[in-house]
Write a protein that binds this ligand. Structure first.
Ligand SMILES: [Zn+2]
Length: 304
């Protein structure tokens, strides 16, 4: 176990215990995004002043993964990573970085967790980098888990509406009939409540984990970087509704986050938590700058 504190340590598995709840960030892989491409509204001087957020090649360091919530022997996973993928990430035809991913099963195994052990997977939204391990060969990768999606997130797909960043064949088709719709305020798992925060996608949701002695908010892609906590008006390229995102951020930072014991936790990166040292998989190479993302293998569209 070692202390890790930098945002650009993308392959760290981080853990926090809060009362009777244990939360572990299960990394799937590393993502590295161009500042101008993904965060067009964030001024360049911000990144120059925050080198801890940038990788060796000057790209914004991020990761894909999920948040494992354990309580009373039960296991909830919030989001399911990007899945096995190495290549560009793009908005339409325009690449804004890349990813090197696919370590989640290996990391779970190192944590002593089998896919069968997960009893629920709650999706913040259906973008490709949050559903990567939901299905494998058309079957649920977590066979005993309830798959939970906000009704507002699912609704466009019932009407044949394309949502940028969602690959219907990969997610919507196999999920149909295998999922449960959840709603604003619903307790979706013991001590975990859904907060529907649309904007990034039509029904993006955050999840509040209440341990009794403190709360963690898994806010998905309502925020992509700490910069957006101090500047909630700084959007991200894939956001589908910038006014909605601003409302969501304001709500999470204000009404939801103002309770006495609340604390925010970004499911992708959070400085200062402990690492159990697992997850030194493919993503670690990218984080260490030994191997760059190889463009051209494939392309994943995250935005419009
Ligand atoms: Zn997203």
């Amino acid at each position: 176990m070692s202390e890790l504190g930098l945002l650009n340590e993308q392959s760290a598995v981080r853990r926090i215990v809060l009362g009777d709840v244990r939360l572990t960030y299960v990394v799937d892989g590393a993502m590295a995004l161009t500042a101008g491409g993904f965060f067009p509204a964030v001024p360049g001087e911000y990144w120059r002043a925050h080198p801890e957020a940038v990788d060796a090649e000057g790209r914004i360091a991020m990761s894909a993964g999920g948040l494992l919530v354990e309580r009373d022997g039960r296991k909830l996973l919030v989001d399911a990573g990007l899945g096995p993928y190495r290549g560009d990430l793009s908005v339409g035809e325009e690449p804004f970085g890349g990813a090197d991913s696919g370590a989640m099963p290996e990391v779970l195994a190192e944590l002593g967790v089998a896919p069968e052990d997960i009893d629920a997977v709650a999706f913040t939204h259906l973008h490709v980098d949050h559903v990567g391990w939901a299905f494998k060969d058309g079957r649920k990768f977590f066979p005993n888990a309830r798959y939970l999606v906000a009704a507002e997130e699912w609704a466009p797909h019932e009407h044949g509406i394309t949502v940028p960043g969602v690959i219907a064949e990969m997610t919507v088709v196999p999920m149909r009939g295998n999922h449960e719709l959840i709603r604003e305020g619903e307790e979706v798992w013991p001590g975990v409540r859904a907060v529907v925060t649309p904007g990034h996608t039509p029904g993006h949701s955050s999840f509040i984990v209440d341990s009794g002695v403190g709360r963690i908010i898994a806010f998905g892609d309502a925020f992509h970087a700490p910069a957006q906590i101090t500047h909630p008006e700084w959007g991200s390229r894939p956001d589908t509704d910038s006014d909605g995102v601003l409302k969501a951020r304001t709500r999470l930072l204000g009404g939801v986050g103002a309770a006495r014991h609340s604390r925010l936790r970004h499911p992708l990166r959070r400085p200062g938590l402990r690492s159990c040292g697992a997850g030194r998989g493919r993503g670690a190479d990218l984080a260490a700058g030994r191997r760059g993302v190889r463009p051209g293998d494939a392309s994943v569209a995250l935005g419009r």
